[in-house]
Design a protein around this ligand. Structure first.
Ligand code: HEM
Length: 170
């Protein structure tokens, strides 16, 4: 949620070179909250319960990649892949989301501590800003795939989205 709020407010942060603007302040605080949430998720992926750990689902082994290809085949036949959480193609989409948000969080945190509103940044900080802005295209791309897939599954009768709102999915 903080991640989406940070993404939506990103557009307001651009005029920091002129003066401390409300948009910049809003985006920096939503962004740093989102960065903390991303950080916790990364720690959870390292030391959390077994099924949340990256080592048990990141699609990097031959067997897991085989499931991904199988899911692509299923989609090409206009059917939805059905798998436990994080497995197959869903794991690729989730890894992509994590990487994109971790990137925005890491570069955004550097900006949070070094960028001064109203002061023109030097060339290296300007470069970090450019790196940060890749979120501008990659975050909506991730959200389109993620939300699109959730809607497709919901239409097919799989109410997994209810879990996000802490409702039973049965
Ligand atoms: C996970 C956390 C964050 C996300 C997802 C995020 C996302 C974004 C996105 C998508 C943009 C581009 C908006 C556009 O140009 O249309 C942006 C711009 C920006 N963000 Fe963040 N951000 C995060 C954290 C932060 C933090 C902590 C700061 C600290 C100051 C920050 C500072 C900026 C600035 C200054 C810009 C404007 C860059 C420019 O236009 O030159 N962001 N952010």
């Amino acid at each position: 949620m903080f991640g989406v709020a940070a993404w939506l407010s990103g557009d307001l942060a651009g005029d920091d070179e002129r003066a401390a603007s409300l948009g910049f302040t809003l985006h920096s605080w939503l962004g740093i909250a989102a960065s903390a949430a991303v950080g916790l998720r990364l720690v959870w992926g390292l030391i959390g319960p077994r099924n949340a750990r990256f080592s048990s689902w990141l699609p990097v082994t031959r067997e897991r990649l085989r499931l991904v290809l199988e899911d692509v085949g299923t989609l090409l036949r206009f059917r939805l892949p059905e798998r436990p959480a994080h497995q197959g193609l869903a794991g690729v989409v989730q890894s992509f989301g994590l990487i994109v948000f971790a990137w925005a969080a890491a570069t955004g945190s550097v900006l949070f501590f070094l960028l001064e509103p109203g002061v023109r940044p030097g060339p290296s900080l300007d470069f970090v800003k450019e790196l940060h802005k890749v979120g501008e295209t990659l975050i909506p791309a991730f959200l389109a795939i993620h939300v699109g897939a959730t809607i497709a599954h919901a239409l097919a009768g799989d109410a997994g989205w209810r879990r996000m709102l802490f409702l039973s999915s049965k």
